[in-house]
Design a protein around this ligand. Sequence first.
Ligand SMILES: *Cc1c(COP(=O)(O)O)cnc(C)c1O
Length: 461
Amino acid sequence: MSENKIPYKIYLDESEIPTKWYNVRADMKTKPAPLLNPGTLEPLKAEELYPIFCEELVAQELNNDDAFIEIPDEIQNFYRMYRPSPLIRAYFLEKALDTPAKIYYKFEGNNTSGSHKLNSAIAQAYYAKKQGLKGVTTETGAGQWGTALSMACSYFGLDCKVYMVKVSYEQKPFRREVMRTYGASVTPSPSMETEVGRKILEAHPGTTGSLGCAISEAVEVATKNDGYRYVLGSVLNQVLLHQSIIGLETKTAMDKYGVKPDIIIGCAGGGSNLGGLISPFMGEKLRGEADYRIIAVEPASCPSFTRGKFAYDFCDTGMVCPLAKMYTLGSGFIPSANHAGGLRYHGMSSTLSQLYHDGLMEATSVEQTSVFRAAQQFARVEGILPAPESSHAIRVAIDEALKCKETGEEKTILFGLTGTGYFDMVAYENFNNGTMTDYIPTDEDLKPGFDAIPKFPGNEF
Ligand SMILES: *Cc1c(COP(=O)(O)O)cnc(C)c1O
């Protein structure tokens, strides 16, 4: 099909929704390092993870070998409620930028959670239900994950306890109400409800919280209550697996029109949307079948890839979780409170960390005000009000398209538009009022985080 026939929106048929997730680890020569038991420093066995996670999710977490994993029918059915998501050709943006580049974005904001997070939430709730559990606990930062999980839990009749990072709880009261509408209980974190929350509050009175704190609280509650397990919305291998649906749909849609991206861009918080979007493309790259330039975009205020250390570290502030090898700013790192929205996590998916370490992808960081300038420009021409997180990817997509304008290259750029920004109006308000600031941590700011990374033989960084 010729170029000019490419529609504004490429929708797939329902029958083209993938029936299997793709596990990129199967094609990695160097596998992501295993999770370690923080007590023994030995790789964690499945049984050791059962008190925290559902059994089937543990199997997915540890599965480095099977390239494809069947999506259970009930999850496929739920996906049909809001998938396939559109792949959009950004003709309006291209015109506004006057660029020869061809820009595509995969839009995951077309569901009430407002983000891609529902793709994994429904899977995790399904396996919890299948195991006969009463409910699940979790953390949420900006609130999209908590919303997605509360939707998924209400679908399966599970109880849902959400620990919400305090700064977001205060900035986004309406997010909390969406979660409560779906039946979840929402507690600002750190809270006095848990041992670890009380400890954190004692050490950092007045803290606005972090994902790392909220995770510790949620894990404590899951392990202390019968019939509960903890679920996580990003970072873990299983989450990247579920999110591969994004990349698989994208690839099917592009293949239909014979389009190959030159550059693939995604924002990176814990790495799940980016990991999901790039998985099938990275698979081709790993197998030597194709080459792509892949760029992770993170906020300059929480720069795990670009300034972090590649080391074993705790996934949470309370240091109760397993050790994961990843790019990390240290589990005690708390990003500046003026940083809006998600992407606040101190670490990064260990799968993406390994791929980055092996030179298979790049990373860059961008400042908040330039991100919102890109968001505004995008909203005005493409019609979608983007989430601040997604706008990190927009920023770099625009920058790459502008480079093409200079060189005259007709590159094909694909980026992930992970969600909508309707609940981020406080941040947009700051931007519109000109009161938004950028904060880039100094080396001094980062030092305490690095100092707290556990030291043991083999964990030099
Ligand atoms: C959670 C979230 C992200 C970042 O999380 P990842 O796991 O890195 O994908 C990005 N965009 C939106 C809209 C989100 O809700």
